[in-house]
Ligand binder design. Structure first.
Ligand SMILES: [Zn+2]
Length: 141
């Protein structure tokens, strides 16, 4: 995929929570998964091994810091950290708060939906996710 065709090089509707010289963090708008953030490397690189050793470390540190905030605010059953890039080969990581009552648990976020989460619970999680977003913004400002 060329840079010109890459949706992460040419974003149109991102909810950017924080941005640094190297990467940005967005909140993914999914009503069923309020605690879903994505770390996107700013430069069009495909693999983790394309990064310098220092950049690999700073990326991992950032992921762990975001994960800690998500655990504190969202109190998930588990955090999913995932990097694929098979459809969009531009380095990005998914950070997803998972719960036993989420639509796909314990299967992956991308698998078939098997239940509906209570609306009041989702509203509480959205509030917690907003707190996460503020803390993430402060962390990288
Ligand atoms: Zn790209």
């Amino acid at each position: 995929m060329k840079k010109e065709e890459c949706p992460l090089c040419n974003p149109c509707d991102e909810l950017v929570v924080a941005k640094t010289e190297k990467f940005r963090i967005i909140k993914v708008p999914d009503v069923n998964f309020p605690g879903y953030f994505r770390l996107i490397w700013n430069k069009h690189v495909k693999e983790m091994s394309d990064l310098s050793v220092q950049d690999r470390h700073s990326l991992m540190d950032a992921l762990c810091s975001i994960e800690e905030i998500m655990i504190e605010e969202l109190k998930p059953t588990k955090i999913n950290l995932a990097e694929f890039g098979t459809m969009v080969p531009h380095l990005h990581w998914h950070l997803i708060a998972r719960y036993e009552d989420d639509p796909n648990f314990p299967d992956s976020y991308w698998s078939a939906k098997k239940r509906t989460t209570d609306k009041a619970i989702l509203a509480d999680r959205e509030k917690a996710a907003q707190k996460c977003a503020i803390r993430i913004a402060n962390l990288f400002s």
